[in-house]
Ligand binder design. Structure first.
Ligand code: PEP
Ligand code: MN
Length: 335
């Protein structure tokens, strides 16, 4: 961290400020005295220093971080890729490609079981399905809730596919005990109380990027979970808000190599929510695999025109079969 002091800062003020920094934050303070201003360079772990607090001090002209504010999610302190072991030989981040597929919402036993069987046959390694749905309108289908979780478990029993489903509040964590991967949706990426509670569990967490979150904010949310002791975090790029309105969101392909460079956590890409259009899922999925994604999460419905949510972006099982073949072929070609 670099702190530029005001030209009016006296020697005495400078010493007491530097001493405060050393004592409170256990950092080394280097001082460079120029003609017009003095600059302090802080060495050590500066992650716990509140930059706004420093900026508010009367002797400070400006302050700048030179190190990322996240530590546990940072590849600098953990050079190897994190591999998340889901059991049954499934590992996310080990170089293999995973596809999490299934409907936006769990709607009935026959729907989820039928879709689970077909996506498994096409090579999906996880079943996705929302039971608690974050909908823009309070009048839209809100999910089958606890019953939806039970139906996902039935589908898991029938197919052996581990399940991925979204949590919306911390008081539901016990209900998600038997879920294989807990999804934190884009809208909850900065629900810090939820993240802190998930940090106390050892569940794999699929952390979706917020609608308008920067990469640093996204990694700071991963840090919240990891700071609580849970390092099983999978990042999910699902498109961000831009001025473009042809697509539901804009898939940030560059986020894949960027977070892989900055962090050791695995990255999954959601081309369905990124585009909002089923015909765009294939090219975006291919681009994501080419850019280094560890997995894809794709919405599949057995009757998209009648889906209770996100029908327009859902692939039919037949379309999914084609996409899955193409992405696995691409993955093999890249090896
Ligand atoms: C979902 O996966 O169904 C979902 C609501 O995703 P997101 O949080 O990315 O919008
Ligand atoms: Mn959806």
């Amino acid at each position: 961290m670099i702190i530029v002091l005001k030209p009016t800062c006296t020697k005495e003020q400078q010493h007491s400020f530097a001493n405060m920094l050393k004592e409170n934050y256990n950092v080394k303070v280097n001082v460079w005295e120029g003609v017009h201003s003095t600059v302090l360079g802080l060495l050590g772990d500066t992650t716990s220093i509140d930059i706004e607090y420093i900026d508010a001090q009367s002797v400070v002209e400006s302050v700048k971080r030179v190190q990322e504010p996240y530590k546990k999610a940072n590849r600098k302190f953990h050079p190897e890729n994190t591999v998340i072991d889901i059991g049954n030989g499934l590992k996310i981040g080990d170089g293999s490609l995973h596809i999490m597929a299934g409907p936006c919402s769990v709607e009935s036993e026959s729907q989820i079981v039928e879709i689970a069987k077909s996506v498994k046959n096409s090579g999906a390694t996880f079943l996705r399905g929302g039971a608690f749905k974050p909908r823009t309108s309070p009048y839209a289908f809100q999910g089958l809730k606890a019953e939806g979780l039970d139906l996902l478990k039935i589908a898991r029993k029938e197919t052996g596919l581990p399940i991925v489903t979204e949590i919306m509040r911390a008081s539901h964590i016990d209900m998600f005990e038997n879920v294989d991967i807990i999804q934190v949706g884009a809208r909850n990426m900065q629900n810090f109380e939820l993240l802190k509670e998930l940090g106390k569990t050892n569940k794999p967490i699929l952390l979706k990027r917020g609608l308008s979150a920067t990469i640093e904010e996204w990694l700071m949310s991963a840090e919240y979970i990891m700071a609580g002791g849970n390092s099983n975090v999978i990042l999910c790029e699902r498109g961000i808000r831009t001025y473009e309105n042809f697509t539901r969101n804009t898939l940030d392909i560059s986020a894949i190599p960027i977070v892989k460079k900055l962090s050791h956590l695995p990255v999954v890409v959601d081309p369905s929510h990124a585009s909002g259009k089923s015909w765009l899922v294939e090219p975006l999925a291919m681009a994501a695999v080419a850019a280094g994604a560890d997995g894809l999460i794709i919405e599949v419905h057995n009757d998209p025109p009648h889906a209770l949510s996100d029908g327009a972006q859902s692939l039919t099982p037949e379309q999914f079969d084609v996409v899955a073949k193409k992405v696995f072929d691409l993955k093999n070609a890249l090896k």
